[in-house]
Ligand binder design. Structure first.
Ligand SMILES: [Zn+2]
Length: 292
């Protein structure tokens, strides 16, 4: 983790201190979350993992983002899942949850829409025959403008190539990556319908599954609009989904750069919910006043 810290003059002062303290805080949170997990006995259910990018996208200051997973680490994680766990398509997982299945399983999902999905993620999924769902924010692909977190989007032809794999399901992540809880009913409908229309036009079929931007569910109006259009929707939660789980409020567990093999496996088995609770409390403050 410390290898991601900037070196030389840039590491001096507050930035350097932050680069050392933030990873330490992160690992303390993971440790506390694992301890909290010991109090929960039942580890069954279906875990939905979130990835964003596979590959290195450096933030200002040369640090790697927490949601960027190194391609070699991704390959190790997928190989381990293929050998040790049941990796399901989202559709199969929804069917099992609806039927009351209790056998543990894992679903892989990706958010946003970056070129690395085709360059790095798809070859790994194909090699290990592991299915995944990719949620696309269509405005960035359509207009080829930088994504909210920075970085270039994929092209429509790359998305069509991805979608042509029998392992891939494509879902909607809104059109403009708008946080739906702060839009009026008309703009919510527009965000959803534009993404549905564009994906239908470019891929030949409208998406059936949805991921809320930044896992912010928000208003009753937004939730009703999502329920009318999609068969499922995913939020956060960092815990597994049990039979009876609302398919429009599925829990997901973000795979972070700082997880390493140890915390990755805990998340696969539905652990580290406390980490998510703490992050959500922090994000409520951070996302105040933001729209994307
Ligand atoms: Zn997103």
């Amino acid at each position: 983790v410390s290898g991601a810290a900037p070196t030389g003059a840039g590491a001096a002062g507050a930035d350097g201190l932050r680069a050392r303290l933030v990873p330490a805080g992160r690992s303390a949170v993971k440790g506390a979350s694992a301890a909290a997990d010991l109090l929960r006995r039942d580890r069954s259910g279906i875990s939905v993992l979130i990835y964003h990018r596979v590959g290195l996208h450096l933030l200002d200051g040369g640090r790697a983002g927490q949601m960027e997973v190194d391609p070699n680490a991704f390959e190790r994680q997928v190989a381990w899942l293929a050998a040790n766990r049941r990796v399901l398509t989202l559709d199969a997982a929804l069917a099992e949850l609806a039927a009351g299945g209790i056998e543990p399983g894992v679903v892989l999902t990706f958010d946003d829409g970056t070129p690395d999905w085709v360059e790095h993620a798809l070859p790994v999924l194909e090699r290990h025959r592991v299915p995944a769902t990719f949620y696309v924010a269509t405005r960035f692909v359509d207009e080829q403008v930088e994504l909210p977190g920075g970085g270039r989007p994929m092209t429509w032809s790359a998305l069509a190539e991805l979608d042509s794999s029998d392992l891939v399901t494509v879902g909607s992540h809104t059109h403009g990556h708008q946080l739906l809880d702060r839009l009026d009913a008309h703009r919510v409908d527009d965000e959803l319908d534009r993404s549905i229309d564009l994906l239908g036009e470019h891929l030949g079929a409208p998406p059936e599954h949805f991921a809320y931007p930044k896992a912010v569910a928000g208003s009753t109006v937004a939730e009703a609009a999502v329920r009318r259009r999609f068969r499922s929707a995913v939020l956060a939660g960092t815990r597994s989904n049990r039979p009876g789980q609302d398919p429009h409020r599925l829990h997901r567990s973000p795979v972070q750069r700082s997880d390493g093999e140890r915390w990755f496996r805990r998340k696969v088995d539905g652990g580290l919910a406390l980490e998510d609770d703490l992050r959500r409390a922090a994000n409520r403050v951070r996302h105040r006043g933001r729209t994307t």
